[in-house]
Structures are given as structure tokens and as C-alpha cells.
Design a protein around this ligand. Structure first.
Ligand code: SF4
Length: 350
């Protein structure tokens, strides 16, 4: 059945594809960066991040040589910082092993850090014209609806099965356009949450779910595990024009990024003041900075923030905290979006 969708999809793609910056000049490097960014962020938002990143680091060599702090700063706002760290590791490998060019080989691409079957398929097919599938959540949704496949799409075996089916029908002369047409259909027509626009779908006549009125039932997903909730007290400690930050450990969640000082659990004001005094600082003023929530894939942070002004000190380092200048911090110390609710206390005068 999937053979039948190839031609109508390609024709529809030719007539309806969106003009996107990475489609203007689909070099392997451009396809790679855009696909990694698109894994976590909407197309509209990716446009400006993509422009900033490719201007600052136009070639694989620039990515390989970029200082980590600058790299994380360029990724700021996109989250999932491990992805850009892996991209840099892969870029270094590409410089060392492949003379700065991403290999035109699906299996070799798969071996690079952070490149899974989706990205390897996208780079192979779009940039090099190699007939390999690129199956992401959009494509899984489209195919399970067309074929009324009841298997759990979160299972790796299911993804492999669909990759195999697509590999069999993929047109050898336009593999990149075929992959993009499926992604595009999933992003603009066969959309999730009961909003599928079947009436304008180019493959509606071949779609089993549409024929049997079961579109809303696909794709099937096993219920997710509940996220762990972590309660935290976040402190914005201000010393004149400086504020305190802390470098996170080099492994784990938000590894290597700077953060606002924080403590596990909800501390009361007395506990906070005694923590600050324990750092040999003299608190002058404490105020509520509000509550905030940040959701990671497996954890939720529930935060209560406090703004604390301390008596002026020349010390730059207290305990494991460092004081940095407000202006300096903007360009130099990437603070993750998880602390976004407290950013105004850093950027404005209080
Ligand atoms: S007919 Fe509807 S459900 Fe089927 S592929 Fe098209 S948009 Fe998706």
C-alpha cells in the first residue's frame, strides 16, 4: 500500500513545500544542524536559532573548534544541551576522520556521536541523495494512520519496522524529497491532537484510518511514566552590580552550565538567611521572587525563588559560588531556560 503514496506525496510536496532557510542550501552540515534543532523546537522558532548558529559557525571546522561556553551560549534557548555537545564531538571526529566533510555513508553517519537513524537518514537522503528513510514522530504518525498499525510507536522495534517499510518503497531518484514530503505532511496536514486536515491530504484515498474513521486513535502510545518532581529553593544573591552563579557538575542534567544557586526542598526565610551567612555574606534584604516550574523529559522542577541583597563585598568567590557582573553574564555565562522566571532579577536593577 505504501508504494501508492509515493507519487501523490511527491507531487503535493513540489507544490506545497514551505520555504525554509536550510532548504535553500542543503549542505550536509546545514541539514545536520537544522534536523538536530528541529528535534526539540518548532520550525518558526528554529529559523532564528539556525541563522545565529550558522553565521557564527559556518563550517564543521568552526563547530569543532568552538569554545564550549560560546557553543552553549549559541544553543541558549534550545535546551537539551547534550545535543550540541554531541554535535561538537561529532564535528571533531569528522575533522579527524573525514577531512571536515560529513561522510556520504548512512552507516558511518550513524556511528558519529548524537546521530541516530533519523538524522543519519535525513543527511544521507537530503544532502547526498542516498535512499535511506528518516523516521521521526511526524512520520510515525502519518504511516501508522495510513496503515492502521496498532503497535506502540515508542518502541524501537516499531520504528525499525517502519524504516524498513519505507526503505522498500523509497524512490531512488528523490529519496530526500520523499522523506521531506512525509515530514512536511506530518507537520502541516496530518497533525496531532485531533486536528488532521484529511480533506486536503494528498494520500487520503489510501489512508485506512480515514476510511474507517479511526484517525483519532493513531498513533498508539503506551502511557508514559510519571515525571519525578523535585522541589527547589532558588536564590538570586545580589552584591552591588553582581550576582552569584554556580557551575553545575560536568555530568548529568544541564551539565557544565551555570545556574542560580539553589537548594533541594523549600527552605524558609530563616534557613535561607543562615545558608547565606554560612557563606560569610551579610544579608541586608530578602524578598519573595515567586514560584516557577520547569519541565524536563523525566523530571519537573518546582521552584520557589528569593531575591537577597547582601552587604558589598570585593570577594569574587564564596564557597562554590562566583559573583559575576550583570552585563558580563549576558554574553559569557549561559544560564539555562529553567531559571528563566528569575532572569529579570539578574537583568534589571532592584
Ligand atoms: S487522510 Fe488524514 S489521517 Fe490519513 S494521512 Fe491524510 S491527514 Fe493523515
Amino acid at each position: 500500500m505504501l508504494e501508492q503514496i509515493v507519487e501523490p506525496l511527491l507531487q503535493w510536496f513540489d507544490e506545497n513545500k514551505r520555504i525554509l532557510p536550510w532548504r535553500q542550501d542543503p549542505t550536509p552540515y546545514h541539514v545536520w544542524i537544522s534536523e538536530i534543532m528541529l528535534q526539540q523546537t518548532r520550525v518558526e522558532a528554529v529559523k532564528s536559532y539556525y541563522a545565529r548558529f550558522t553565521q557564527a559557525l559556518p563550517e564543521v571546522a568552526d563547530l569543532a573548534a568552538c569554545k564550549e561556553e560560546r557553543l552553549l551560549k549559541l544553543w541558549e534557548g534550545l535546551g537539551y544541551y547534550n545535543r550540541v555537545k554531541n554535535m561538537q564531538k561529532a564535528a571533531i571526529e569528522v575533522m579527524e576522520e573525514y577531512g571536515g566533510n560529513l561522510p556520504a555513508d548512512y552507516e558511518k553517519l550513524l556511528k558519529l556521536p548524537g546521530i541516530g537513524s533519523y538524522t543519519a537518514g535525513a543527511v544521507s537522503s537530503i544532502a547526498y541523495g542516498i535512499p535511506q528513510p528518516a523516521v521521526d514522530g511526524n512520520v510515525l504518525r502519518v504511516i501508522t494512520r495510513i496503515t492502521e498499525d496498532p503497535e506502540d510507536i515508542l518502541k524501537q522495534s516499531m520504528k525499525r519496522k517502519i524504516e524498513e517499510k519505507l526503505r522498500e518503497v523509497m524512490p531512488k531518484d528523490r529519496p530526500g524529497d520523499f522523506n521531506q514530503s512525509l515530514m512536511e505532511l506530518g507537520a502541516t496536514v496530518c497533525v496531532p491532537n485531533g486536528m488532521a486536515k484529511c480533506e486536503v491530504c494528498p494520500v487520503a484515498q489510501f489512508c485506512k484510518a480515514r476510511a474507517s474513521g479511526t484517525v483519532l486513535e493513531y498513533p498508539k502510545k503506551a502511557p508514559k511514566k510519571q515525571r519525578k518532581i523535585e522541589e527547589k529553593t532558588v536564590l538570586v544573591i545580589q552584591n552591588g552590580q553582581e550576582f552569584a552563579i554556580h557551575k553545575r557538575p560536568s555530568k548529568g542534567l544541564l551539565a557544565g552550565l551555570y545556574e542560580l544557586p539553589n537548594q533541594e526542598g523549600y527552605l524558609n526565610r530563616e534557613e535561607i538567611l543562615s545558608y547565606v551567612e554560612g557563606l560569610s555574606l551579610i544579608p541586608l534584604h530578602i524578598a519573595d521572587a515567586g514560584e516557577a516550574k520547569h519541565i524536563f523529559s523525566h523530571v519537573e522542577w518546582h521552584m520557589k525563588g528569593y531575591f537577597i541583597k547582601v552587604a558589598s563585598t570585593e570577594e569574587k568567590k564564596v564557597g562554590d559560588l562566583i559573583f559575576v557582573d550583570k552585563k558580563e553574564s549576558k554574553g559569557k555565562y549561559p544560564i539555562p531556560a529553567a531559571f528563566g522566571a528569575y532572569r529579570k532579577y539578574i537583568e534589571e536593577d532592584f
